[in-house]
Design a protein around this ligand. Sequence first.
Ligand SMILES: [Zn+2]
Length: 404
Amino acid sequence: MENTRCFANRFSDYKGALIPGQGAENIVVATIDKILKNVPIDVRDCDGGLYDGPAGVAYMLYHVSECPLFSEHRDVYLKTAKQVIDVSVRYVDAEPDKNMRAAFLLGGAGVYAVAALIYKALGLADFVKPLSKFRNLWDVCAPINFLECGSDELFVGRAGYLCAALVLKQKLGFEILSRDQIKSICQAIIDSGKQYAKRKRKPFPLMYSYYGTEYLGAAHGLSSVLQMLLSYQDVLSEAEKDLVWQSVDFLMNQEQNCNWPPELGAIIERENELVHWCHGAPGVAYLFAKAYLIKKKPQYLDTCIRSGELVWQKGLLKKGPGICHGVAGSAYVFLLLYRLTGNSKYIYRAQRFAEFLFTEEFKAGSHSVSSIYSLFEGLSGTVCFLVDLSQPDKSEFPLFSVFV
Ligand SMILES: [Zn+2]
């Protein structure tokens, strides 16, 4: 029976040698031209933040401009990035809901963070302005229940705010928040998870929900919350670290044949399973990568490797070219595994997925995407992936660093 979620992978697997390709430069430049023809630059069209708003395009342009292969385009891309992000900054400055201003992937925190990166890359002393706006959002997300829908996940919650701070630290080279600020955000996440687990009588230490659902995956779930706590584990007490590691192992035990259900306790149906960055192994893998990098426990690496095997089987997704639930998001798992293991097999696999993005089969068989220019669902994510494939030693899923 035909799988409705993914194309059959008909590529033969790695046999010990990479296939020489023709660099991706021309495709990247042409795809960026296409994106720029589609991206709106009106302040009324800035909804969606980094996830599917114009701000994500600005991040993509910044990312490409940092790659030496595109040095001749650097100035134009950065100037365009500034034009695009400036409009988004005006939009989030005027956002009346302060909680939305504190959101990472869907709101202001992410926009301010990317604005700071772009200004800094352009050599503008002004980069401190968006940085201080970012820093001021700390007050908003510190209270334990600052959002009614769930205060801890990645898109709008505290894990997102920490994730943005991590990206800034990695790319600017200094810590944006004070140790006390980071510590209090981490403690709010831990207290909130403890309270929820206790109230709902969960048999494990930390759990969260978002709009009433106990998600496990990277998008709104436990895995990215734990990933951020591991990323800042040096501010945690020994007792807090114990709770986090217990939760990591708890989540590892929720695996069902190389995958995780979208929500706690759900049973995966093989024919219909979600193999997405947002829900499933391709996003959960980053938590176990982080856990492996810290503890070097082979079990964590094995978990990542099993995720990669599932992605090779079921990762040619029909939901477009993006990184959230599309082919580029799947292929990023191979780049992650390459960085963890150094095994060229994963470069080979990422190259085949890149190749598939330009086939007639993909064009004819995938669903249309509402904002084709966007970073998470559209072509900006694809561009980031193609650029990273050309420099796999530096590759990282956009805005989701584990090698910090
Ligand atoms: Zn998704």
